[in-house]
Design a protein around this ligand. Sequence first.
Ligand SMILES: C[S@@+](CC[C@H](N)C(=O)[O-])C[C@H]1O[C@@H](n2cnc3c(N)ncnc32)[C@H](O)[C@@H]1O
Ligand code: SF4
Ligand code: SF4
Length: 352
Amino acid sequence: MKEAYCEHIYSSIVFGFNGYKYCNSVWDGPDFIPFEEDDAWNKNEKRRLDLINNLKKGVVPTNCMGCPDLHYTEKQYEDNDLKRNIINKITIFNHNHCNCKCFYCSVNSVYSGDEVRKSLFYDVLPLLRHLEVDNRITNNTFIAFNGGEPTMLEEFNDIANIALKHHCKTEILSNGIVYNEMISKLLIDRDDSILYISLDCGTNDTFKKMKIVDKFNDVVLNIKRYIEDLKNAGKEPFQIRIKYIIFPNVNDNKKEIDAFFKVCQECGVRTVARAVNHNDRKINSSNKNMYLEASVVKSYNYFKEQAENYCMNLILELWAEAIIENKFYTCRKISPITRLKSEFHFRFGKKY
Ligand SMILES: C[S@@+](CC[C@H](N)C(=O)[O-])C[C@H]1O[C@@H](n2cnc3c(N)ncnc32)[C@H](O)[C@@H]1O
Ligand code: SF4
Ligand code: SF4
């Protein structure tokens, strides 16, 4: 009999908005445990075992059916002490609070001003401590921060210390409004750890239009500080990726893109990342293919030219590339699963 297998069910944990799940591919994952349920954490791990036992019999959770990450195999996966399996991937996505308010925000963030405010979301730290005590966090564990603005989390430094203690690879997505030296420590600790900073423009005015707050200069200063930290540690700052999401009639003009590259050059940036709006995927009604507006495609190409002119590494967004190249993505294929997979590819696929 063939076993079904997905590595996420065996070894991932997502600390989601309202509870725990094993992957980010579908909204609720194969199973979802609301954090408010009694004994939620133990239930989570017990259900993981139940899911694995079912997979071994070829029984697949409904939400996993058709997922490209699911495999059928003759191989018998060991089940000795699964409870203590190492966790390969931890995604921290427990909150959507932020110190700015981007008009495009995909997590529909809650603006909480400058103050780090403890609010409705639950703490991840005690759960990480459980994993630590059971020796389930090692240098093979990858910790990704997603959701709202990670530098606002009260527990951020403690979580970073766990990552440092076990030499975990990390990925942090930040708006850069607040500088935190722990982020530099994480980047210095591992060459493959990454920091994305969403700058998205090259001028103060556009920044204010996009993000409401007047913090362009703070972000630029913080980019400089992170780069300086890496240089002082003897590293070229390739791990710091400055992001630009292209929006029609907002930041898709050459002047803005030129200003962005100029600022990045002044800061000593070595890697930039271009992206398009995930919230507005346009589908051609006749051929069902996805497409991007002509102005976005033009700016997308111009961004690449400028990255070459400024000798900066460029991180691509795979699905947008495929649409522009008119290759193989059709709208049927761009399911939420494929979308996330492509985003993970674009984030982790290129190694320096
Ligand atoms: C929700 S943010 C949280 C982290 C941090 N506050 C930031 O903005 O970088 C996570 C990532 O989603 C990206 N993002 C947010 N809204 C998006 C959208 N509509 N389209 C594409 N990417 C988006 C951001 O650029 C960021 O890299
Ligand atoms: S939805 Fe896909 S990636 Fe997620 S646990 Fe199921 S098979 Fe794995
Ligand atoms: S900085 Fe990030 S979390 Fe905050 S509003 Fe912008 S995209 Fe959303």
